[in-house]
Design a protein around this ligand. Sequence first.
Ligand code: AP5
Ligand code: MG
Length: 217
Amino acid sequence: MNIILLGPPGAGKGTQARIIEKGRGLVQLSTGDMLRAAVAAGSEVGLKAKAVMESGGLVSDEIVIGIISDRIDEPDCASGFILDGFPRTLPQAAALEDLLASKGKSLNCVIEMRVDDDKLVERITGRYTCGACGEGYHDKFRVPKVEGVCDNCGANDFKRRADDNEETLRSRLLAYYKETSPLIGYYFAKDNLVSIDGMADMSGVTGSIEAILNDKA
Ligand code: AP5
Ligand code: MG
């Protein structure tokens, strides 16, 4: 099964993708995570992406399409994947369609996660992750069971993203409404869209996604 999680920054795409990955054996493909890894590694792609990501803009279609095309070819993606943060523009959506067709794959559904803007600010400004395993946390909505220790891997090295501040979030939101939100209409017209309430608590949102995936299976 191949699905897209579509939604603004802070909608919960990464949180839910990690839960589905564990529960269903689908692979999370987050272009944001891949780009951050490229920036950290100082690769050619990372050097091109760094300033754009820090400003809250979108990295070029060419770069992200190339990254996804290569990643989908890897063997672990054969049994299915969750696209988290891709596609983000109409040209990326068109390229994805061509890519999947050329590899004999298709999309099962696109899940739009709807969250109010003021809630997005609250979620983004309180977010942090485990630097060792990437598990996601929040100052208010998900704190580790033992303070300072990751529930998932036991590490004690937490990180906050450079773009997780209110000013950069506003640029990211602008990019979402200008470039990405047209994809909601695009996938609705293709009869591939299911919208869910992303305002519920994490387990409530997981329940909505599971119901959709069970229905499509
Ligand atoms: P990316 O990393 O994809 O960031 P984003 O889209 O801005 O999304 P986020 O990761 O901020 O939000 P999320 O929906 O994953 O929320 P999360 O689950 O963490 O992209 C970063 C940058 O890379 C972009 O700005 C761009 O420059 C570039 N880029 C990436 N892909 C690109 C592409 N395709 N094209 C061009 N450029 C690209 O949740 C947030 C917080 O809320 C967490 O703390 C979590 O614990 C908490 N939370 C989650 N769900 C709930 C809930 N239900 N209730 C309460 N709290 C919750
Ligand atoms: Mg994310």
